[in-house]
Design a protein around this ligand. Structure first.
Ligand code: HEM
Length: 172
């Protein structure tokens, strides 16, 4: 096994978000009144290059009842930035489904709460109007989150929740 390389030091302005840095993998559940409930596998990466932003990416796979991958599902990519005050965070995410989200949020002791400030979409994208995301460390090691969604005429309500564990390296 290769030892992880040291890499650049985390920028001091990222200190409140430092608990997110790394590669995370685990399982989640998806639901919404208009779709079938399901389970998914996810890999999330929060990377940095020494500058004051985190590079975020997520890949998911829908699972069958035995936990085998059925198909690739949602991906998202973007940037997490410190805001004006030390506890403020600004997040921009883009989706292959034609949606772009801008969030304002707050971080407090290994927990981040994000509310969409703006959701933009392409001509052919589904109607998505608002999201709310809550991420936090649970049991000292895992990253858990819950995401509420207002879309396709439905009010803000749960779409996703997952619990991810820290891993070395990335999935193939
Ligand atoms: C972990 C990330 C996510 C997963 C695993 C996921 C999974 C799913 C699944 C399985 C469906 C049912 C349709 C299908 O099978 O493709 C769906 C529908 C949908 N999702 Fe997600 N999703 C994720 C994130 C998001 C996000 C971030 C948004 C909004 C920006 C979103 C908005 C929607 C919408 C609008 C629908 C369609 C609802 C409808 O047409 O009735 N999803 N999602």
């Amino acid at each position: 096994m290769q030892a992880p390389s040291a890499g650049p030091a985390l920028h001091e302005r990222l200190a409140p978000l430092s608990f997110l840095v790394g590669t995370w993998r685990g399982l989640g559940v998806v639901g919404y009144p208009t779709i079938e409930d399901g389970r998914y596998e996810q890999e999330v990466v929060f990377a940095h290059d020494g500058r004051p932003f985190l590079e975020y990416s997520s890949r998911t796979w829908i699972l069958d009842e035995d936990g085998n991958r059925l198909r690739q599902s949602a991906r998202e990519a973007g940037w997490w930035r410190p805001g004006r005050e030390p506890r403020d965070v600004e997040v921009m995410l883009a989706h292959p489904t034609g949606i772009v989200e801008v969030y304002v949020g707050e971080v407090a002791f290994r927990k981040v709460e994000l509310r969409s400030d703006l959701v933009a979409r392409t001509e052919t994208a589904k109607e998505v109007s608002a999201l709310h995301r809550l991420y936090g460390i649970v049991e000292d090691t895992d990253l858990a989150y819950a995401i509420d969604l207002a879309a396709v005429g439905q009010p803000l309500q749960p779409h996703l929740s997952a619990r991810l564990s820290p891993v070395e390296g990335q999935l193939s």
